[in-house]
Design a protein around this ligand. Structure first.
Ligand code: DP6
Length: 327
């Protein structure tokens, strides 16, 4: 019997970061995190289970992936097989919809789409909460990509209690957007998985991160509830910088930020002095993501365009749609 399903999931940008795991196997994080879902960046994945397959296969953007990638996906498919109590291998076709050459493909949308496609193909009837738990096993941030808008991932303390849920926002995200500044960083990259592990194990600043995270989460949620953009912006900027500071305290120290990242941050500060409120955040790479109210988006883009070229400046709305089944 052949069983198939196809799903779309949007990528998300953490505004309060997930940085460090309490449990590597189940991907239980050390702290809660909050994200927004991006309209323009998503993954579509089709999964087919068939008795005739003798291994999992994955075609990504039309090309078979290398052994290392396949192993990672197969480990996730083992979780699906375990969960669904059926032994079938799968063929997976996945496409990332991200602006060309931006290098912004994310494991968050990938694993959320794959989890949803498997749920559909195998008729598992998982609730969104359980889908979020399943997606989490592929990549922590994927647990947030099950939902649209503002999303909180509750760290919980085990597989059952660690999942994401939407944050009530009275559609405030419709008034906001993100500007992504693509920085061409040639430095050797450290994956978020290994970066957060090294930092958690060795950084003398990691405890400082943990000491502030609950207050940051509370502050961000209060700002969302009050639709207070300045209050939200101030906490997300501080939280993101604090995450990057933990990496400087690791043994050996490392950073994801490039000189151009600091240039973009300075432009954001300058825009604020000009009366255009906007705030930055960075993840496990040099790119700078700027949260802005739509009414000020063009003004901020004009300031950025004095330093960065058109291809480096990508705009995206924030979508309120979560996982969609598309086949
Ligand atoms: C900096 O979810 O990619 O983007 O759970 O090991 O797959 P794994 O890590 P991942 O880490 C994301 C880290 C971050 C912050 C965030 O998205 O919260």
């Amino acid at each position: 019997m052949v069983m198939s399903g196809k799903a779309r999931a949007h990528t998300n940008i953490a505004i309060i970061k997930y940085w460090g795991k309490a449990d590597d196997t189940y991907i239980i994080p050390m702290n809660n995190s909050i994200s927004v879902a991006l309209d323009r960046f998503y993954t579509e994945t089709e999964v087919t289970f068939d008795e005739s397959y003798d291994k999992d296969t994955l075609v990504l953007n039309g090309e078979p992936v290398n052994e290392k990638e396949l192993k990672k996906i197969s480990r996730f498919m083992d979780v699906v097989r375990d969960y669904s109590q059926q032994p079938l291998y799968a063929h997976i076709e996945s496409e990332n919809f991200v602006p060309t050459a931006a290098g912004l493909a994310s494991s968050a949308s990938a694993y959320a789409a794959l989890a949803a496609a498997c749920n559909h193909a195998l008729s598992l009837n998982l609730s969104d909460k359980d889908l979020s738990r399943l997606a989490r096993r592929g990549s922590g941030s994927a647990s947030r990509s099950v939902f649209g808008g503002f999303v909180e991932w509750e760290k919980g303390h085990d597989d059952k209690t660690s999942f994401s849920h939407p944050i009530e926002s009275d559609r405030w995200e419709d008034e906001l957007s993100m500007i992504i500044v693509v920085i061409n960083d040639k430095a050797k990259s450290v994956s978020s998985r290994s970066g957060m592990a090294l930092t958690r194990e060795t950084s003398r600043f990691y405890q400082y991160w943990l000491d502030h995270i609950e207050a940051d989460i509370a502050e961000a949620k209060a700002a969302i509830s009050d639709k207070d953009f300045q209050r939200l912006g101030e906490v997300i900027e501080a939280n993101g910088l604090r995450m990057h500071a933990t990496n400087l305290g690791a043994q050996p120290p490392f950073t994801y930020l490039a000189p151009e990242s600091y240039q973009a941050m300075a432009i954001v500060h300058h825009c604020r002095t000009l009366g255009y409120p906007c705030y930055f955040t960075m993840d496990a790479g040099a790119n700078v993501k700027i949260l802005v109210q739509k009414e000020h988006q063009q003004a901020v883009v004009s300031e950025l365009a004095k330093t960065f070229n058109d291809e480096q400046i990508i705009l995206s709305d924030i979508t309120r749609s979560g996982i969609e089944i598309i086949g």
